[in-house]
Write a protein that binds this ligand. Sequence first.
Ligand SMILES: NC(=O)c1ccc[n+]([C@@H]2O[C@H](COP(=O)([O-])OP(=O)(O)OC[C@H]3O[C@@H](n4cnc5c(N)ncnc54)[C@H](OP(=O)(O)O)[C@@H]3O)[C@@H](O)[C@H]2O)c1
Length: 225
Amino acid sequence: MKKPFIFINSAMSLDGKISTSEKKQVKISNEKDMERVDRLRAESDAILVGSNTVAIDDPKLTVKSERLRKERVKKGLPENPLKVMVGSIKEIKFDSDFLDYGNAEKIIFTTEKEDSEKIVRLMEKARVFVLGKKRVDLKKMVSILSDLGVKRIMVEGGGTLNFEMLKEGLVDEIYVAIAPKIFGGRNVPTLADGEGFKEGGIVDLELIDIEKLDEIIVLRYRILA
Ligand SMILES: NC(=O)c1ccc[n+]([C@@H]2O[C@H](COP(=O)([O-])OP(=O)(O)OC[C@H]3O[C@@H](n4cnc5c(N)ncnc54)[C@H](OP(=O)(O)O)[C@@H]3O)[C@@H](O)[C@H]2O)c1
């Protein structure tokens, strides 16, 4: 299998937080940055998020610009990239924007510990893969997406999923938009949470681009092997 190109895109405060102590969606970036994110989405085959992000933020994950959606269709692509969620299905609502908003295919990767009746109901709206007893095997997940023709995956958080994808060595690049704000808070989500890396496992990066979008600084990094 040729591994799809996988990148994380995240917006954070100067102190590295991706939401506030209320742990819900908060406006971090500006209009220009949202246009940049929309272009990245339009260039992707799949948008990947963790189950807490779906439960808390219920993101639409579609391409906002009609022009970009039309350009995708002209190229023979679906109007929107595939929406992909990984993790627990406990909190996902049947009328969530993740499942209902926009013209997009949906895939859920979850585990054997989840309620099988809910899995069957979700199958009315999404393809559901049960991969693993307690944890989703992310490498297998990427391999399945590759088999479905996915060549480019944009990971849109949250901090737990970002960490797991980095830990598995699946990420090629990271874009981070830094806002001139301080959110603070010991237990507030950051770009990469999970159990954290020990000294020997730290992920080293190479800075490959810097863009200034008014008050927002966008940094682009390549993951060093
Ligand atoms: N600013 C931004 O760019 C941005 C973007 C997205 C989200 N956010 C914020 O991030 C916060 C949510 O982040 P989060 O870290 O709580 O949640 P998350 O990463 O969205 O989702 C975490 C969930 O996914 C599950 N999961 C991850 N990898 C898994 C695997 N391999 N197998 C099975 N389950 C797996 C976790 O299970 P376990 O609990 O068992 O590990 C956990 O339940 C929210 O506050 C949201 O607003 C910010």
